[in-house]
Design a protein around this ligand. Structure first.
Ligand code: NDP
Length: 682
């Protein structure tokens, strides 16, 4: 039988001994073995820190993003090979799509996120803080990639997505990873990493893979490393309370058992589109991936007078689920990941049965097509009913990680909220309602116990990504029992792998360190208008201080007529008693336009290709006729752009700080404007 290999220290290496046998979940055949015996786990982590980390941390966010995109495109060329292997985990085509293409989709999403970052290896975080009256001392926050390695200990249910959703984030942050997928399905993770390694797209040491036990790896982590864990709450707790993790204060993100719930709003009755949506959503969540999803619906809360109707409708819906060999196209639900998972799920169901009864499905038998029900890890969907959810605990505490869910009655929305909270913290909850007041009551009442809440109704159903799908740009994780961690979440996730350091100093120093011009820093004036410089020639801090322009009442009247903005404050005819103004005041947009008139270098073509917007714009003091405004115009930030086609004009984005002053040198307005500037060289 083939032995899976571990990708460590830049090589593929087999572990010692016979290893753990891994099985085809559908046929029960042994297909591979996995072992990490004899590996030097300390050396594996050190390799990541010494090889992978410097290579990644010295790349800019943009380079890392482009690398992720290249990896995603490359993996997409090998989908068929991955699908073939994925069937052996018991997954249907649809399940595998979520795992494989969902995982690759994550790489694409994080690749695109690079545009939210500057083209540097590190970045500023948040706003600047002036800390002195004379503006010689300020504070800011800088995010720097950690110097360690991300250790990902993953669950068996998504061998590809689980790996890619996590590494996309740490790689964009500039930190390498060691991935330890759950052994049972590690043969699929191995196949994907084989391709990744062969592609040569990632730098050496950026990704290592362990197929088998994690050994003593967690005894070698340091405070610069980050550990993430997905799996059972008990293993998570054990690992999280490890001596080394505690001693070194190693960030530990945990995503564990979660008793996610769905609530049928009190307004929803049979015949409403929301009724059908609810039934469909529950069935989908019970049967997708054979219920082995961290986000699957385990608890179903329904108004007590509709319990019977829901029971009948769900029974009918579940009866349409064809179970069997996922290679057969008619099959809607495959098998569990293996025999041990089936045994585990059945044991958990026995615990649930202390306070519930089975109202659909059977623990002992299941009808399958194209497969042998005794050899494969098949299981019938099980719908349970618990009449007394307030006085019993099992349904709120026992996670049966399979196609199992419990129906429970409630009386008022406040009751539904109280029941949702009995899960003690979940990854996700859904409420199906057409009534905004019910949605609001539920979200504000139960939100603090959840990582994500889906409000499902007819309006959004067509485009809804569903209860069970974590999304790259939204937080995935949940409080309390769900582990207390956050994964993905767009920019938030990336920051998890970076150290946020508060920096204090003079504006000149903070500008030099951050590569972003800070208000009050010394400007560079070389006599050449900044708009005459190509992208490469521009320097952060290049500055222009303009002539003055007198603002007249006539200007304001003309701007009011031209724009159609005849707001009373801009009219001479207004009686200003009781208003915020003394007399006719200039439109803020006129002042901004007049500012452009002062700082733009006109008439001749120049390397500035276009102006595409304003990031921040504030009007800080009224400008009355007679004021004389002038502008300090500074090159704030430069972000290079890739040239997609040879025919594209090579260019970058330049942000400019526009400070508008009046004749008393007081600031009347501030803006950051965005331009595209041509590069000299392609
Ligand atoms: P486990 O907690 O046993 O395993 C999760 C991961 O931890 C696996 O990679 C496993 O590796 C690893 N692991 C186990 N023990 C150690 C250890 N001592 N040191 C380091 N790593 C370790 O969960 P399972 O995957 O077996 O699933 C059990 C239950 O967890 C499910 O029935 C379900 O209730 C829950 N679960 C929850 C998920 C969620 O996202 N919320 C996802 C998956 C499961 P190995 O496989 O080699 O043992």
């Amino acid at each position: 039988m083939p032995a899976l290999e571990n990708y460590i220290l830049g090589k593929w290496i087999k572990g010692d001994g016979e290893g753990q046998s891994l099985y085809n979940a559908v046929t029960g055949e042994a297909i591979a073995t996995a072992s990490t015996k004899g590996l030097d786990f300390a050396a594996i982590l050190q390799y990541a820190r010494e090889k992978g980390n410097p290579a990644l941390r010295n790349m800019s966010f943009h380079e890392r993003g482009v690398m992720l995109r290249a990896l995603a495109l490359y993996l997409r060329e090998h989908l068929e090979e991955f699908y073939k292997i994925s069937y052996q985990t018991g997954a249907t085509k649809a399940d595998s799509w979520v795992d494989i293409e969902g995982g690759i989709g994550n790489l694409f999403s994080y690749a695109s996120l690079r545009r939210k970052f500057p083209d540097t290896p590190y970045c500023l975080d948040g706003e600047n803080h002036p800390l002195g009256k004379a503006n010689t001392f300020m504070g800011h926050h800088l995010l720097i990639p950690k110097e360690g390695v991300a250790v990902h200990i993953n669950a068996f249910n998504f061998p590809v997505w689980g790996m890619l959703e996590k590494i996309a984030v740490n790689l964009l942050a500039g930190v390498p990873a060691v991935v330890k997928p759950a052994s049972v399905t590690s043969f699929l993770s191995e196949a994907v990493v084989k391709k990744i390694a062969a592609s040569g797209i990632l730098p050496n040491g950026a990704l290592q893979l362990l197929c088998g036990s994690a050994g003593d790896m967690l005894d070698h982590v340091t405070s610069q490393d980050v550990v993430t864990f997905t799996g059972s709450a008990s293993t998570g707790l054990m690992l999280k309370s490890g001596k080394r993790i505690l001693e070194e204060n190693v960030p530990f993100t945990m995503e564990a058992d979660s008793l996610n719930c769905i609530v049928l709003g009190q307004d929803v009755v049979p015949g409403m589109p929301e009724w059908d949506l609810f039934i469909k959503e529950v069935r989908k969540e019970m049967t997708t991936k054979c219920g082995q999803k961290c986000t699957a619906i385990r608890r179903i809360f329904v108004p007590e007078n509709k319990i019977e109707d829901v029971q009948i409708a769900l029974g009918k819906a579940l009866a349409q689920t064809t179970i069997g060999n996922p290679l057969n196209e008619k099959v809607r639900m495959g098998s569990l990941a293996g025999e041990s998972q089936r045994t585990e799920v059945k044991e958990q169901v026995q615990k649930l049965l202390a306070s519930s009864q089975i109202i659909y499905g059977s623990l002992d038998s299941v009808e399958v097509i194209d497969a042998d029900a005794r050899k494969g890890a098949f299981m019938s969907p099980l719908l349970l009913l618990n009449h007394d959810p307030f006085n019993t605990t099992e349904a709120h505490e026992v996670e049966a990680f399979g196609p199992v869910s419990t129906l429970m009655p409630y009386r008022s929305t406040a009751d539904a909220i109280a029941l949702a909270k009995k899960g003690k913290g979940s990854l996700v909850s859904s409420i199906v309602t057409a009534d905004p007041s019910i949605a609001k009551e539920y979200v504000l009442g139960a939100g603090m116990y959840h990582g994500r809440i889906l409000i499902l109704n007819d309006q959004c159903a067509k485009e809804s990504t569903g209860h069970g799908s974590p999304l790259p740009l939204l937080v995935h994780g949940g409080p309390g029992r769900a582990g207390g961690g956050e994964e993905m979440g767009g920019l938030r996730g990336v920051k998890h792998y970076m150290q946020r350091v508060a920096i204090q100093g003079s504006p000149d120093m903070i500008t030099a360190v951050s590569n972003v011009y800070q208000p009050g820093a010394t400007g560079k004036k070389d006599g050449k208008h900044p708009f005459k410089k190509y992208f490469e020639e521009l320097e952060i801090g290049d500055q222009l201080v303009t002539e003055k322009r007198l603002i007249t009442s006539e200007d304001i009247n003309r701007f009011a007529d031209l724009s159609g903005d005849h707001f009373y404050a801009h009219l001479t005819s207004t009686n200003f008693e009781g208003t915020m103004f003394e007399r006719q005041v200039a439109h803020g947009y006129f002042i901004m336009s007049a500012a452009a008139g002062l700082f733009v270098d006109s008439y001749e073509k120049n390397p500035v290709l276009l102006n595409y917007g304003i990031d921040e714009l504030r009007f800080t003091k009224p400008v009355y006729p007679g004021a004389e405004i002038y502008i300090r115009f500074s090159c704030k930030e430069k972000i290079g752009q890739e040239q997609k086609l040879d025919t594209d004009i090579p260019r970058g984005i330049v942000k400019w700080l526009v400070e508008i002053f009046d004749e008393t040198d007081e600031t009347v307005g501030v803006a950051t404007i965005l331009t595209m500037v041509q590069k000299k060289d392609a």
